[in-house]
Design a binder for this molecule. Structure first.
Ligand SMILES: *Cc1c(COP(=O)(O)O)cnc(C)c1O
Length: 366
């Protein structure tokens, strides 16, 4: 039976291979732990399992719903909450996560109360803001926060960490990551206990590891994009030996006709209230696919057939110029696309897109 459309095909064998490649090159660079970040795939259990088979030492997520999904799937590895906990959700946080990343003393106190009430100790990584201007306290505040964590009965200081290349696009360097290692040492001296984990960022820290320039003392990276898609996110390059053909979006042709490139009539705004622009390529063969912005934004999809051009989309129609397609496109055909990170996230989030696991040669599970 043919697989349903629209669908996203997930190559678990390649995701596993990417995890193995990245965990291996991190270990070689002195970084012992890679935490597999599953949020790009909404904690799809098959993806999480592939990451673990490839050798990541734990899993991390931004959302409690996804942590619950991992718990329900029966994973018994350490689970980290990446997004700072909401004050209103501390009970769920200590129930679902072994550890969370934190920057607010008030949240730490609330987490401690919730953990103590549940008879647990919750692990804390203190986030330090080193230039990217997203989450984290300033370096001067970390020692006081570490002392607070040491005093709170429900908490245990697991580490210090930073996050770069997310808001400010700041690239990890021996300088900013070296500063994080110094901060960990200061905290160790102040509390009398060495800080076990120094968490040096996300996929954008991989080029440093590859180049052998990651500072000694960084013990952990939290990696999603590079495992899911093979690309580091500092320069957007393929990690040596990694695969980028891991996710494929497939949609079906519901109309194929010759049409002029330019609209005819008085122009207003499109379905999303944008003022569109058009390139006049003359009369062209154009396909409409059963996929839309409610599934994946068209700018996040690259056709595997290089002769095709994505023209645009409304909520549920994707328009593709197929005039120069390598193979002639007919009604009912399937067209295949490579999604970028945002495209993977959107396809995995859309309830209309079927998720189909593939594990290498021919194998298919749903
Ligand atoms: C998303 C996220 C990561 C993983 O980022 P990738 O670019 O997917 O590797 C790591 N840390 C935090 C805090 C995150 O929010």
């Amino acid at each position: 039976m043919p697989a349903p459309t629209p669908r996203v095909e997930i190559d678990l064998g390649k995701i596993e291979a990417n995890a193995r490649t990245i965990a291996g090159l991190c270990r070689k660079a002195g970084v012992n732990d890679v935490i597999g970040v599953t949020k790009g795939a909404l904690a799809h259990p098959g993806v999480a399992r592939a990451m673990l088979r490839g050798g990541v030492s734990g899993l991390a997520e931004s959302r409690l719903e996804n942590l619950a999904r991992l718990r329900e799937a029966g994973f018994h590895v350490p689970l980290t909450l990446l997004r700072l906990p909401s004050l209103s959700q501390v009970g769920e946080v200590v129930r679902l996560a072994d550890r969370s990343l934190n920057s607010e003393p008030e949240t730490l106190r609330a987490l401690s109360r919730a953990a103590a009430a549940a008879g647990r100790r919750h692990g804390v990584t203190l986030m330090v803001e080193l230039g990217d201007r997203r989450e984290g306290m300033s370096p001067e505040e970390v020692v006081a926060a570490a002392r607070l964590v040491a005093e709170l009965p429900g908490l245990e200081l697991v580490g210090v960490g930073t996050n770069l290349t997310c808001y400010g696009a700041v690239i990890p360097s021996p300088t900013n990551l070296g500063r994080l290692v110094e901060i960990a040492e200061e905290v160790g001296r102040a509390t009398g206990r060495p800080v076990p984990v120094v968490s040096g960022g996300n996929s954008s820290s991989l080029p440093l590891a590859v180049a052998g320039r990651i500072p000694r003392g960084i013990t952990e990276l939290r990696v999603g994009d590079a495992i899911l898609r093979g690309h580091e996110s500092a320069h957007g390059e393929l990690v040596p030996g990694a695969h980028d053909d891991t996710f494929t979006v497939v949609a079906e042709v519901i109309e194929v006709r010759q049409k002029p490139s330019l609209p005819e009539g008085e122009l207003g705004r499109d379905a999303f209230w944008n003022v569109p622009t058009f390139v006049d390529r003359g009369v062209r063969r154009r396909a409409i696919l059963a996929l839309g912005r409610q599934d994946v934004a068209p700018e996040n999809l690259a056709p595997l057939d290089r002769g095709m051009i994505v023209l645009g989309a409304s909520s549920d129609h994707l328009l593709v110029d197929v005039d120069e397609a390598a193979d002639p496109v007919r009604l009912g055909d399937e067209v295949r696309f490579r999604p970028n990170y945002a495209g993977i996230l959107q396809a995995m989030t859309s309830p209309y897109v079927h998720k189909v696991e593939r594990s290498g040669a021919g194998g298919e599970r749903r």
